[in-house]
Design a protein. Sequence first.
Lengths: 111, 113
Amino acid sequence: GQQLNQSPQSMFIQEGEDVSMNCTSSSIFNTWLWYKQDPGEGPVLLIALYKAGELTSNGRLTAQFGITRKDSFLNISASIPSDVGIYFCAGRFGGADGLTFGKGTHLIIQP
Amino acid sequence: GAGVSQSPSNKVTEKGKDVELRCDPISGHTALYWYRQRLGQGLEFLIYFQGNSAPDKSGLPSDRFSAERTGESVSTLTIQRTQQEDSAVYLCASSGSVTETQYFGPGTRLLVL
């Protein structure tokens, strides 16, 4: 089946630093999504990408849909304590498909 | 309600027992998805409902797993003869259509002893 490789697995950074994480796939996806999950909660959508090459921002977050449709990255600028959590990339090939998720990047911010 | 709700929040059961998990989607959402999240892992797609169409069961791990949905409302995920490997968080999501954003519920944490 389709697999998403997400890296890094975890990040330990200082408050105020920029963060970058990425996802790669062996298969093409037509939609890339980035979610954040806090402990005890379901994932919350951060950014959705629908076109190859698309670059989208949401506040301090920026994500890009790779040209080959097999990769995506998420950047967080000037990290703050509430950015702590697990970030998941997810891909979907067809409109009716369930999402394929990466294993997550655990972001930890040291004061 | 404002979001997707799931019940129970937590469920502890003995190996071999059946469990039923419930999902209430956002009102008016036609698409409903079930996912499983094992500890420290990403989400695995289980099953998808869209309106009155036959569900996409391609992600169900075994015939012990089944799900039903009545119209465009509540869905139940049933796991029969639970095994310890079934321990996970079971998440439900709904969307306005198959191409729209999926909104997730808080999940049901299942522990099989």
